[in-house]
Design a binder for this molecule. Structure first.
Ligand code: BGC
Length: 363
């Protein structure tokens, strides 16, 4: 939190003109139109993200065109085209496929519209001005830590290895790379000493990825893994999951073959990401073990401050200028911190902070 306040102060204290003179200083009400595109309304987090950015910008006097595209790339492309035609002053884009928007980004650059890549890095284009996200590699590390703690891996040995299966996020989302790498780097020492084993042998990110983060697809894969590799005495102890709906679906697949209801087959330890209501309920019920909370309100607030800084013709400072290369350039980034949530800190980090209310959690 402290880090974020410092970053926000640094952003708003910046004084020089935005590089390239792309935005125009404006003041008073009706400060200009900001285009915000989000991938889908069918995932809880993007609704929260969209609301946080829209409400924050409107409070400062900007008009906001907020669009969702139902995870359809053609729709998202069209929305951005329309926003450029409408004359938005800045574009905030959470992409579906990070590499699919190069033409739109080129058009935005030609129209001198700054582009902020929101949460997911826009790839293979020089026309991306800023990236606002969480530290995705660290988030992955937290996914690894969840398994290390939940499975007590420090006590595990090659004589009796802990058994897990692995899931990764959508291959067209650059975040999946950081999440998976961060988690696997944490788990590597345990694999190396034989204390951790993946019976399916499916380890490659391309093989364990889940296109569009589709939980139904992940559930099918979990069912297939269970029937192909766990029909004998092998018991699955844990699952690496990058996303709460995947965690819940994987748990469903496990329950369907007796996990959680058969002696010697407890539910596997599963983490997740996004701290969605259903997962927090599951954590409180002792099923999903943990999740990673990325507070969308903080990401929204950081984005609003960045937009406002640029609209005032200032240059944001205090950004990370080394971590995120999108294949065409290093994109200056603002990276926030995330928090692991288990049963033990739901009250402190989820309820007390107002991320979810007791009522939403059915308490
Ligand atoms: C986001 C995650 C989210 C996932 C699926 C990723 O790009 O960083 O927070 O769970 O997309 O929407």
């Amino acid at each position: 939190m402290k880090k974020m306040i410092l970053v926000l102060l640094a952003l708003s204290a910046a004084v020089s003109v935005f590089a390239g003179g792309k935005s125009q200083a404006q003041s008073g009400s009706g400060k200009g139109l900001v285009g915000v595109v989000m991938p889908t309304r069918s995932e809880e987090r993007w609704i929260k993200d969209g609301n946080a950015v829209k409400e924050g910008l409107e409070k400062l006097g900007y008009a906001v065109d907020l669009q969702y595209s139902d995870d359809d790339i053609a729709t998202q492309t069209r929305q951005i085209d329309d926003m450029i035609t409408k004359g938005v002053k800045i574009l905030v884009i959470a992409s579906i496929d990070g590499s699919a928007l190069s033409n739109q980004l080129a058009n935005a650059a030609a129209a001198k519209i700054p582009v902020i890549s929101y949460d997911r890095l826009l790839m293979q284009s020089p026309n991306v001005d800023y990236y606002v996200s969480f530290d995705n590699y660290k988030v992955g590390g937290q996914m690894g830590d969840i398994l290390i703690t939940g499975l007590k891996l420090d006590q595990a040995a090659a004589a009796n290895p802990v058994i897990i299966e692995l899931f990764a996020g959508s291959p067209d989302d650059n975040n999946s790379v950081g999440f998976y790498q961060g988690a696997m780097d944490k788990l590597k020492p345990y694999f190396d000493k034989g204390a951790l084993r993946v019976p399916s042998g499916q380890i490659d990110r391309a093989v364990v990825g889940t296109l569009r983060w589709d939980a139904a697809e992940a559930q099918k894969r979990m069912e297939n893994l269970l029937s192909a590799y766990y029909s004998g005495n092998v018991v699955l102890n844990g699952i690496l999951s990058p996303y709460d709906p995947i965690s819940l679906s994987a748990l469903e697949a496990c329950k369907a073959v007796g996990y959680g209801s058969t002696p010697g087959k407890p539910l596997p330890v599963v983490g997740g990401q996004d701290c969605i209501v259903a997962s927090v309920k599951s954590i409180l019920a002792g099923e999903q073990y943990a999740t990673v909370l990325k507070d969308t309100r903080s990401l929204g607030a950081a984005t609003v401050t960045l937009v406002d800084t640029l609209m005032q013709g200032k240059t944001p400072t205090g950004l990370d200028t080394s971590s995120y290369n999108n294949g065409a350039k290093i994109v200056p980034s603002l990276l926030l911190d995330s928090v692991i949530v288990t049963k033990d800190n739901v009250q402190k980090d989820v309820i007390d902070t107002g991320y979810h209310t007791r009522a939403e959690l059915g308490l």
